[in-house]
Design a protein around this ligand. Structure first.
Ligand SMILES: Nc1ncnc2c1ncn2[C@@H]1O[C@H](COP(=O)(O)OP(=O)(O)OP(=O)(O)O)[C@@H](O)[C@H]1O
Ligand SMILES: [Mg+2]
Length: 464
């Protein structure tokens, strides 16, 4: 606490101020000869001395009280200590008590404030408060990260968020005190969709108003919605074609072909094909969802690829022969085993070789090679490549080949009995095995579908 100080000039001034009326009275009495000048002077000096003493004492007490009141101010270093002396002691003690209560309230408020700040900062979505002048008052960490700025306070929201729908909502929140929500697109390299929620914070709209703005990135959610929608549309479309064919065949059998045993046999064969197509689609869908479900668990079995690839060639030998094609399997002699699931790896290579049979030129060979390689992160791996001599695939289609139902030539794929799910299954099997799929294709020359699978550790003997 600061030492109370009393200025001499203040004491003298106060003493003169108090004594002046009495001195005037003494002068008057002296003028009317009621008092002698000597007595009057002596009384005046006496009064002056007494008043000076009292003024000094009162001022000292007041100065001490002032120092104590100053000690109550937020951030005052010393605070108030000890029992206050003098006539103002009680006032001072009451102030002391009040000061302590205020100080503890201030500490509680500061703790609450920093807790609230931490909470707002931990909130994963951008959260801002905006003042009546459309400038940012506060922003949380997610907002700073979103707008890539170390400091957002004081910046106009219109310069950061170029979305008229959201700015209009903020304006209405500030001017009319209404809350609302709007979804809008931000034109960037890849379009992003955002949800803006606005809630007025100050009771009265207008000059002192401010609003809370919450931004939510909806891009991923909308993409998933779109994918779900596309998926259902694709499955329905794939099923509708064989179903319509079946309905037409049944109608023909009931009507014009009734009793015609030759037509009956032919149509039953065609119906079988359509049913098989639907069964294949359902089988592929189930298989895809099973692989996807286990995708986070890497299979732990040990698989020798040379016999597995020969088995695949045997399975598809007959359909290759139908197109006068030969499947050549050439594994390197020092081939390491891989970590994987034999059934899923068989399914993977059946899909790749089946594609080569379907889409390469009739009469050309299909080469399946396997050799040692390394994965991008340096792990030892085996690279299996299925190379064909076909029409090849134009560059723009390559990144999309592994999407469900994506076909370069849908008509041809359907004609071949394809569902458009083969490469999607390949992609998920490779991903479950923590491997890589690389597609290289040259129009007019052919395609190479290469799969890198992590090599099994030498001592590993587990089975998936
Ligand atoms: N070796 C290849 N040469 C040329 N095009 C290919 C080759 N492999 C795949 N494609 C193209 O990629 C598309 C997708 O292949 P994917 O295996 O996913 O489906 P699909 O073969 O049409 O049907 P499914 O494999 O389900 O029976 C094919 O429709 C085809 O257009
Ligand atoms: Mg296929």
């Amino acid at each position: 606490m600061r030492r109370p100080r009393v200025r001499v000039s203040s004491v003298v001034f106060a003493a003169f101020a108090v004594v002046t009326p009495a001195v005037l009275l003494l002068i008057a009495l002296t003028a009317f000869e009621a008092l002698t000048a000597g007595i009057a002077l002596a009384v005046a000096l006496l009064l002056l001395g007494a008043c000076g003493g009292v003024a000094w004492w009162v001022m000292r007490q007041l100065a001490e009280l002032e120092a104590r009141v100053e000690g109550l101010a937020p951030g005052a270093a010393a605070g108030i200590e000890g029992e206050a002396p003098g006539v103002f002691g009680e006032i001072s003690t009451a102030l002391d008590r009040q000061g302590r209560a205020w100080a503890s309230e201030r500490r509680a408020l500061a703790a609450k404030e920093s807790e609230l700040e931490a909470l707002i900062d931990a909130f994963p979505h951008p959260l801002l408060t905006i003042g009546a002048d459309h400038r940012i008052l506060t922003a949380n960490r997610a907002a700073r990260a979103w707008f890539a700025a170390a400091e957002l306070e004081g910046r106009a929201i219109g310069t950061l968020l170029r979305a008229p729908e959201a700015l209009d909502l903020i304006h209405r929140g500030l001017m009319h005190g209404v809350s609302g929500q709007v979804e809008f697109a931000l034109p960037q390299n890849v379009e992003r969709r955002l949800d803006a929620h606005v809630h007025p914070l100050a009771a009265a709209p207008g000059a002192g108003a401010h609003v809370l703005l919450l931004l939510e990135d909806m891009t991923a959610a909308r993409r998933v919605e779109r994918m779900r929608y596309d998926f259902v549309a694709n499955v329905s479309h794939e099923l509708r074609t064989p179903l319509s064919a079946l309905v037409a065949l049944i109608e023909t059998l009931k009507g014009p072909a009734r009793g015609d045993s030759e037509a009956f046999a032919r149509f039953i064969g065609m119906m079988g094909e359509q049913v098989a197509r639907m069964a294949r689609l359902v089988e592929d869908l189930l298989s895809l969802s099973r692989i996807e479900m286990d995708e986070h668990v890497q299979p732990q079995g040990r698989v020798e690829l040379a016999p597995l690839l020969r088995h695949v060639a045997e399975l598809l030998g007959a359909s290759a022969a139908q197109r006068q094609m030969r499947i050549e399997v050439k594994p390197a002699p020092d081939l390491a085993a891989v970590t994987g699931n034999a059934d899923q790896l068989t399914q993977l290579f059946v899909n790749l070789v089946d594609n080569a049979i379907k889409y390469a030129r009739a009469g050309t060979p299909i080469r399946v090679t396997a050799e040692r390689a390394t994965l991008g992160d340096g792990r030892a791996a085996v690279r299996v490549a299925v190379a064909d001599q076909g029409e090849g695939i134009a560059r723009e289609h390559v990144p999309r080949l592994t999407e469900r139902f994506y076909r370069v030539d849908a008509g041809r794929s359907r004609q071949e009995g394809g569902t458009g799910l083969g490469l999607a299954i390949v992609k998920h099997v490779v991903s479950r095995h923590r491997g890589q799929l690389k597609i290289h294709s040259e129009v007019g020359v052919g395609s190479v579908f290469a799969v890198l699978l992590p090599a099994a550790a030498v001592t590993e003997l587990k089975h998936d």
